[in-house]
Design a binder for this molecule. Structure first.
Ligand SMILES: Cc1cc2nc3c(=O)[nH]c(=O)nc-3n(C[C@H](O)[C@H](O)[C@H](O)COP(=O)(O)OP(=O)(O)OC[C@H]3O[C@@H](n4cnc5c(N)ncnc54)[C@H](O)[C@@H]3O)c2cc1C
Ligand code: SF4
Length: 490
């Protein structure tokens, strides 16, 4: 053996990262299951199971291909690398650039040699070059550049379908009693059973743990959901837990799928005429736009970005985030229950329910971020930090998004079926049955009116405060609501 190729658990692709140039005869492949992953934090069992079982399946597939593979359990990644080097004559270690600042630094200090991280479509220096020329880092500007650069959904120099963005057509509320096609169930094998028994997990069939399963999920999305993805993208309903979302983020994030494979399948389906432009564009924007933008911003904004708290939000995490019985707010109860069951909800509950609640209650951004990281199946550091700190709770003072995503109950009522059976009324802002979102939305705007009045995208909302004749009463109700949320009675 001439060198060690170290594979982090989010580099599980044969054709990308350090493996793409691997030599079966002279490279030793190493994967490390560190105690930090198994016992370091209160991870959702579904996430832990997914990460470990995917890594073990992948290690086995490399062995079957003929590679020499060492799958090591160790206290930390560095301890694991030390033990492997001691066993293999201090061979040099190669790895594709890690996906988080912390791991990058630890491996760099240990002396691991990096090659470029090609698990994204945009190299880090290319994104930096774009960001350095921008006044505001608008995702839409980046996305248009990506469309042209990658030549995706383009008719010559013009966007296919005559527009860059079909967002306005993608905001339908959920249809009544919506069933939709069945979701794919993933079969389990002996590797899965072994991992589940080691970590004390009761297996579900929601998430695949192998490359074959991830490819089956991609096919299932393209064949059964892609055509209807766009219009219902923002809808939330208790009738159907994922509507037409692709459920591909875990595989994109751990490497079982590469963005280029997902885009190739999507473009092929669009070119065959089976998928309308509003769905094709909406989905492709998520992959070549949002996903790449968020990763680029993570590296561009630097390691201290995650500590931002520009709205001075210092409330402790509310009990309802870990216990759905600690609230009567139906939207939150349903969402937290879904997360407990599957470690997943789509982007609108993440943004307009969970983050919105953290924002308008003034919950500490870092406490909320830590909770979000622990409970979601796809919660890699690079993607959670900008989404929560920048987009979700506006803790960066608007570096990433020009305005906070704060909303009252009217939005949630329009986009979901949560409100009808709820104890609260989305139209009311005062009184015992007022929707907590509606009350706290106005209270939040009032608290930060001086800051937000300077923001031209917020001035109209702030101006709306002048129309509230019941503001003093609303402020009193807001205090009751906050106390009730802390006590688990609202
Ligand atoms: C507050 C908040 C936290 C989030 N945390 C995560 C996270 O930890 N991990 C994660 O992968 N996504 C995160 N997202 C983005 C998005 O919610 C998930 O990618 C999506 O719900 C995953 O389900 P899906 O694969 O069915 O997505 P689809 O709706 O089918 O979208 C397709 C793909 O687009 C990508 N994508 C879409 N939006 C984003 C985005 N804002 N950032 C990055 N990629 C995006 C994902 O790879 C996703 O798989 C977060 C969004 C918000 C608002
Ligand atoms: S009324 Fe308010 S708390 Fe109840 S479900 Fe609707 S938005 Fe949520």
């Amino acid at each position: 053996m001439k060198r060690i190729i170290y594979l982090p658990f989010d580099h599980l692709h044969r054709d990308f990262g350090a493996l793409k140039n691997a030599d079966i005869k002279s490279d030793l492949i190493v994967l490390i299951e560190s105690s930090r992953i198994t016992t370091g934090r209160n991870w959702h069992k579904e996430r832990l199971f997914f990460l470990i079982s995917s890594a073990r399946h992948f290690a086995k597939s490399l062995e079957q291909e003929g590679f020499k593979v060492e799958y090591v359990k160790a206290k930390s990644i560095v301890e694991g690398l030390k033990s492997i080097q001691a066993k293999h004559k201090n061979l040099p270690i190669i790895c594709a650039e890690p996906s988080s600042f912390r791991q990058y630094q630890a491996l760099h200090e240990y002396g691991v040699e990096f090659i470029d991280n090609d698990f994204f479509l945009t190299p880090r220096p290319l994104f930096k070059a774009w960001a350095e020329t921008q006044k505001n880092y608008l995702m839409e500007s980046f996305y248009r550049k990506q469309r042209v650069r990658l030549n995706i959904l383009m008719d010559g120099a013009e966007p296919a379908g005559g527009a860059w963005n079909f967002d306005k057509e993608n905001r339908l509320p959920p249809p009544k009693k919506y069933e939709g096609p069945k979701y794919l169930e993933h079969k389990r094998d002996e590797i899965d059973a072994q991992v589940a028994s080691e970590i004390g997990h009761v297996m579900t069939t929601t998430w695949a743990t192998s490359r074959q399963g991830a490819l089956a999920q991609l096919r299932n999305f393209i064949d059964n959901h892609f055509g209807e993805f766009g219009p219902l993208e923002d809808a939330m309903t208790t009738d159907n837990w994922a509507l037409h979302h692709s459920l591909l983020s875990p595989y994109l994030n751990n490497g079982l799928l590469h963005a280029s494979e997902v885009i190739e399948a999507a473009v092929k389906a669009f070119n065959s005429g089976r998928v309308p432009i509003e769905s094709a564009e909406g989905f492709i924007r998520q992959i070549i736009g949002w996903r790449e933008y968020v990763n680029g911003m993570y590296w561009f904004l630097g390691p201290d970005y995650r500590n931002n708290n520009q709205l001075n939000a210092n409330r402790k995490l509310l009990p309802l985030f870990s216990d759905p019985a600690a609230t009567q707010m139906n939207c939150i109860k349903e969402t937290v229950t879904d997360i407990q069951n599957r470690a997943w909800v789509h982007h609108i509950p993440r943004l307009m329910l969970l983050s919105n609640l953290a924002l308008v209650t003034g919950t500490n951004p870092q406490e909320f971020l830590e909770w979000m990281r622990e409970v979601f199946i796809d919660a890699s550091e690079w993607v959670m930090v900008p989404n929560v700190i920048g987009m979700g709770v506006h803790a960066d003072g608007g570096q990433m998004m020009t305005k906070p995503y704060a909303a009252g109950g009217a939005y949630i009522s329009r986009m979901s079926n949560y409100c009808k059976p709820c104890a609260y009324n989305p139209k009311l802002r005062t009184g015992e049955t007022a929707c907590p979102f509606t009350t706290l939305y106005w209270d939040f705007l009032d608290q930060h009116k001086e800051t937000f009045a300077k923001n031209h995208r917020m001035s109209q909302q702030v101006f709306g405060l002048n129309r509230l004749s019941d503001l003093p009463e609303l402020k009193l109700r807001a205090q009751e609501v906050l106390k009730g949320l802390e006590a688990g009675t609202i």
